[in-house]
Design a protein around this ligand. Structure first.
Ligand code: GAR
Length: 227
């Protein structure tokens, strides 16, 4: 078994960056509280003062900070303010959860190997914004969600875990988003748990997951097999 220093009594200190509703934050809070993740969310930062995720954090007694990006003359000074808050809170892992700002190389370097993001598509397909609509427009049969390490580019870092969801004939961007979001709430806690358990091995830009069993018969077809 991979050695992990983290337990319920000595939890991984997690910082979460949000911009909006924070349903992924909620899932991380719930899975820390249940013990699935041997970690504690020790700080939540939002660049939007009215983000509902801040309220979710407060309900769990988690310290919050609002750092409006518009208060800073450039991206670098904004990111330095974030680094300083995360550092002061002794954050070991940073999770982006619907954080709608592009981080500078300085921020990414500072937290390299301990900075995760969740994205609502099967990367490397459909990086960027409005990705559910892009998947519908492309006519793909499956979409999904990806948790990945963050590197210097947008939505390009090494992939940790993906969930696949079918696209149904009557889908619009909102029904597809809801189906994907449901899976996001499962895979983000699982990725953080793997990190905390020290089971993620990063080699040559790829993530190897220690002690993980894959059922090789788990194939998905959409439309389904009719044979
Ligand atoms: C989620 O779907 C997340 O994957 C997406 O924003 C939503 C946030 O929802 N993130 C991105 O698109 C980042 N490029 P939430 O605030 O309810 O967690």
């Amino acid at each position: 078994m991979a050695e992990s220093p983290y337990t319920r009594d000595n939890p991984l200190r997690i910082g979460v960056l949000i911009s909006g509703g924070g349903s992924n934050l909620q899932s991380l809070l719930d899975h820390c509280a249940s013990g699935f993740i041997p970690g504690r969310i020790s700080l939540v930062i939002s660049n939007q003062a009215d983000a509902f995720g801040l309220e979710r954090a407060r309900r769990f007694g988690v310290p919050t900070k609002v750092v409006p990006h518009s208060d800073y003359p450039d991206r670098l000074s904004f990111d330095r303010a974030l680094i300083s808050l995360l550092n002061d809170a002794q954050i070991e892992l940073v999770c982006l959860a619907g954080f709608m700002r592009i981080l500078t190389g300085d921020f990414v370097k500072f937290f390299k190997g301990r900075l995760l993001n969740i994205h609502p598509s099967l990367l490397p397909s459909f990086p960027g914004l409005h990705v559910q609509q892009k998947a519908l427009d492309a006519g793909v049969r499956f979409s999904g969600a990806t948790v990945h390490y963050v590197d210097e580019d947008v939505d390009t870092g090494p992939i940790i875990i993906q969930a696949v969801v079918p696209i149904l004939p009557d889908d619009d961007a909102s029904t597809l988003s809801a189906r994907i979001l449901k899976q996001e709430h499962r895979i983000y806690p699982q990725a953080v748990r793997l990190f905390a358990q020290n089971r993620l091995q990063l080699t040559d830009g790829k993530v190897h997951i220690l002690e993980s069993k894959i059922n090789q018969e788990d194939y998905l077809l959409n439309p389904p097999w009719e044979g």
